[in-house]
Design a protein around this ligand. Structure first.
Ligand SMILES: O=C(O)CCC(=O)C(=O)O
Ligand SMILES: [Fe+2]
Length: 194
């Protein structure tokens, strides 16, 4: 019971501090795009934002098993804290690069919805987690999401994506995963053929 309440208050703090940080960052990015900076305050709601606690047990065959498959996040912004073990990698110039653990730093990821909203000015970077042969790894992530009915309107004169609601996006991701075994994501909403 003690541990549960200790953990739950720590997680509540992580969630509320991350929420505030995510809103500040989203506002700054919106200003840079010369778009309404209160869009996130108006459209992001607590019941769709979430915290995920990831545990990666040691894996005897790290070259054969991913901790987490390559993916992009289906949200606006992700605030991630990783422990000292390492294993997170992201795609840069077509190569996987390691994100070095830093106990004093949070990792901020742009998600698919921000990529669409910014008309591709900000990119939802593909990332993955490698397993470690001897060490257990933990990470905690906060996902900033809009309400299911919020419409993601791509900015600019030549929008790369059609308008879509978060509900539509989630449904499409779920359908693709079920039918194809993987997420297609934003290309499904592209105004150009892919
Ligand atoms: O564990 C990590 O470092 C990454 C977690 C992640 O990408 C996710 O939860 O979407
Ligand atoms: Fe992720």
């Amino acid at each position: 019971m003690f541990y549960f309440s200790y953990h739950s208050s720590a997680m509540e703090r992580f969630a509320s501090e991350s929420e505030a940080l995510a809103h500040t960052l989203a506002e700054v990015l919106a200003e840079k795009l010369e778009r309404k900076s209160n869009f996130f305050k108006e459209n992001c709601v607590r019941n769709t934002c979430y915290v995920r606690m990831n545990r990666y047990p040691p894996c005897p065959k790290p070259s054969e098993v991913y901790g987490l498959m390559p993916h992009t996040d289906s949200d606006f912004l992700t605030i991630l804290y990783q422990d000292q073990v390492g294993g997170l990698q992201l795609i840069k110039d077509n190569r996987w690069v390691a994100v070095k653990p830093n106990p004093r730093a949070l990792i901020i990821n742009i998600g698919d919805l921000f990529q669409a909203w910014s008309n591709g000015m900000y990119k939802s970077v593909e990332h993955r987690v490698m397993t470690n042969p001897t060490m257990e790894r933990f990470s905690t992530a906060y996902f900033l999401c809009p309400s299911y009915d919020a419409v993601i309107e791509c900015s600019g004169d030549c929008p790369s994506y059609r308008n879509f609601s978060f509900r539509e996006f989630r449904q499409q991701v779920q359908d693709d995963v079920k039918k194809l075994g993987y997420k297609v994501g934003l290309p499904r909403f592209s105004n150009h053929l892919y």
